[in-house]
Design a protein around this ligand. Structure first.
Ligand SMILES: NC(=O)c1ccc[n+]([C@@H]2O[C@H](COP(=O)([O-])OP(=O)(O)OC[C@H]3O[C@@H](n4cnc5c(N)ncnc54)[C@H](O)[C@@H]3O)[C@@H](O)[C@H]2O)c1
Length: 438
């Protein structure tokens, strides 16, 4: 046993704020309210249903993760958010059409109480959203930062929260590469004062959060906390950050299948992935500038898992294509098709076809819950900056400079669990197991 690290106990209420109160957020809120009332199970959430093995296989110790580490319980969460549309969470959830009306009715009173705060929003970055009616006045970016901090403080007081955490659930912003203004905190702050054209709304939220000492996780592929200015600020303020882009749907399946094929040293010649999706997220991603953000995040995973530079004969010629087609009749019920052209012994070709009829927000909501609870835990455990142990949740995990991200879902899970064991002073599990045979 090693010495556990000091973790400040959870007390009072935890405010979970989401910029973006659309399909994913409202499905999260409704699910947590339903679980609290005992009318649904929080399936898909590692923090709520997952267990962690401790010690030797012979010891039989596998507590629930939420009993092993001091997470905030569901009863102590208060939700809030910002959105450029003024719909309360009940109306927004009805419009998103993910959960059936009978499920929403059962938690309708709680959902109606969640009214969005005015959003920092710009059509330059999300052009497809029209007729917005709940946008902050266009002052300078620095005054928007101040207004967001005031929103957070007010929320804390109004709801009696001890702490806050922010998880970005807003639309995907147009693709952007890091530029000069993102490189240092000083240049970023200068940019905020001058309304710099390359500072996006999500970056303004993130800056405000970190300045207020609130952990920030990014669920979209936007360039947000993954810029040097933000890592500098997070380090200075002692606040955890994590990102980016929830690993759900097709990429989840990809990061389950690809490590398996690689483990057996099977070659892959092509991987064609296409999606049809009819929700608002799909509509935003129909714009090529916004899709580009998603494409970059989706394409990266195979390259890292398969390591073509080490296995050129197996993966050196891989053709990887990802498409998303906006198709309104399907709403949130996404269909993700994959055709994988693989080859085996003596180069003989084979094919795998996957047709995943999934529900995007049903897969994403539990990830937002876990991220909120783990980010809050990390802060109480004195962690600051990039939380790479939360890579498990992301398509495009943020890492320190010079480190490649780990995309294999099972390595990510091991890393997450070993981090918790380490914090709590338990032995790390290496799966060597030689002692059982000595
Ligand atoms: N559902 C999934 O499986 C999944 C997976 C990975 C990533 N994501 C990302 O999560 C995000 C949310 O997805 P969703 O399905 O809920 O989308 P959605 O379109 O239903 O909701 C997004 C909400 O964000 C709001 N918004 C846009 N700009 C904003 C701003 N500047 N400030 C505050 N709110 C803003 C929109 O009005 C909308 O209500 C998207 O970026 C999506 O790409 C979702």
């Amino acid at each position: 046993m090693t010495k556990p690290i000091e973790i400040i106990p959870h007390t009072g209420k935890l405010g979970v704020l989401t910029p973006g109160m659309g399909a994913v957020s409202t499905t999260l809120y409704a699910g947590v309210f339903a679980a609290r009332k005992g009318i649904a199970e929080p399936i898909g959430s590692l923090t709520q249903t997952g267990r962690i093995r401790l010690g030797k296989r012979t010891e039989g110790r596998s507590p629930l993760i939420r009993q092993f580490v001091p997470l905030a319980p569901l009863d102590d969460i208060v939700f809030g958010g910002w959105d450029p549309y003024s719909d309360d969470a009940y109306t927004a959830a009805m419009k998103a059409g993910v959960l059936r009306p009978e499920h929403l009715e059962a938690v309708g009173d709680e959902l109606r109480m969640i009214k969005p705060m005015k959003a920092v929003f710009s059509h330059r970055w999300v052009s497809r959203l029209e007729d917005t009616d709940n946008v902050m006045d266009n002052g300078s970016m620095m005054s928007q930062v101040e207004a967001l901090i005031e929103d957070m403080e007010q929320f804390k007081v109004e709801h009696g929260c001890d702490r806050l955490v922010i998880v970005w659930c807003g639309s995907t912003e147009a693709y952007e590469e890091p530029s000069e203004v993102h490189m240092t905190l000083a240049s970023f702050e200068e940019g905020l004062r001058n309304n710099h054209a390359h500072i996006t709304p999500s970056q303004i939220y993130a800056y405000a959060a970190l300045l207020a000492g609130v952990p920030f996780a990014n669920g979209s592929p936007n360039l947000t906390v993954d810029i040097p200015a933000m890592t500098e600020l997070a380090a200075r303020q002692g606040v955890p950050i994590a990102g980016k882009d929830y690993k759900t749907g097709q990429t989840l399946i990809k990061t389950i299948i690809a490590p398996g094929l690689k483990a057996r040293m099977l070659g892959i010649r092509g991987w064609y992935s296409t999606n049809i999706l009819g929700n608002r997220d799909g509509e935003v991603l129909d714009d090529p500038e916004n899709f580009r953000s998603k494409e970059v995040s989706k394409l990266g995973v195979l390259e890292q898992i398969l390591q073509p530079e080490l296995y050129p004969q197996l993966y050196g010629d891989l053709y990887h294509l990802v498409r998303i087609n906006y198709y309104p009749p399907r709403g949130d019920d996404k269909e993700g098709w994959d055709n994988i052209d693989i080859f085996g012994w003596l180069g003989y070709p084979m094919q795998i076809k996957i047709d995943f009829l999934c529900k995007d927000s049903i897969l994403a909501a539990p990830l937002v819950l876990d991220l909120a609870l783990f980010m809050d835990l990390a802060q109480r455990a004195g962690q600051k900056g990039i939380q790479e142990w939360l890579s498990f949740y992301f398509k495009s995990p943020q890492t320190g400079p010079g480190l490649y991200p780990e995309n294999d879902l099972f390595i990510q899970l091991k890393k997450l669990k070993n981090t918790l064991r380490h914090w709590m002073g338990e032995e790390l599990i290496t799966h060597l197991g030689a002692e059982y045979y000595e």
